[in-house]
Design a protein around this ligand. Sequence first.
Ligand SMILES: Nc1ncnc2c1ncn2[C@@H]1O[C@H](COP(=O)(O)OP(=O)(O)OP(=O)(O)O)[C@@H](O)[C@H]1O
Ligand SMILES: [Mg+2]
Length: 175
Amino acid sequence: MKSEDIVQLTKNSTVLFETAHRDISFTSKFIVELGLVSCDARQVGQALTNLLQNAVDAIEGGQSDKPESAPGLIEIRIDTDEDRIIVAVRDNGIGLPKDDQRDRLTEPYVTTRAKGTGLGLAIVRKIMEDHGGELLLEDHPEGGAVVSLVFVLQDPAGSSDKDSILEGGNLKNVL
Ligand SMILES: Nc1ncnc2c1ncn2[C@@H]1O[C@H](COP(=O)(O)OP(=O)(O)OP(=O)(O)O)[C@@H](O)[C@H]1O
Ligand SMILES: [Mg+2]
């Protein structure tokens, strides 16, 4: 585990998907320019890749509520509050399966996709548990899914001043 900038890690993972999927519109809203998190960069990169792949699969595979002509959208947000940094991947694809199956989606080998192995979210959940964080699966009000990685900020100095961690003085809204 090292102190890594989650904003940069997110940008690195996203750019690969943007290049590979020119037909999907990628947008990002990051409320911080720098978000230092104690993590394993390779594993967090893997988690982000799995979420982005699921978002692409949800848009490209099968029927969704959106009209056929509506473009595929993936929005990546980074939000933060006093003790957490949340990286959320939202898509306008088919949407998560109904509530009764929702809890099982992070179990290994649970898949609704013909060619899925059902390992993607199980790996993400394990990575987030190893980082003392959380994986959240939600419906977006306008359709599609919002899947979030929640990192709990650790204050190395034990002080309540999080500015040094978040560089809150540099808050920037990228809209
Ligand atoms: N963004 C999403 N939109 C809709 N459903 C999703 C999304 N992400 C995950 N799911 C649901 O969760 C299930 C499990 O996801 P997971 O990534 O673990 O496996 P998979 O994508 O089916 O297969 P694999 O990732 O191993 O190729 C998916 O089959 C799908 O039903
Ligand atoms: Mg997957």
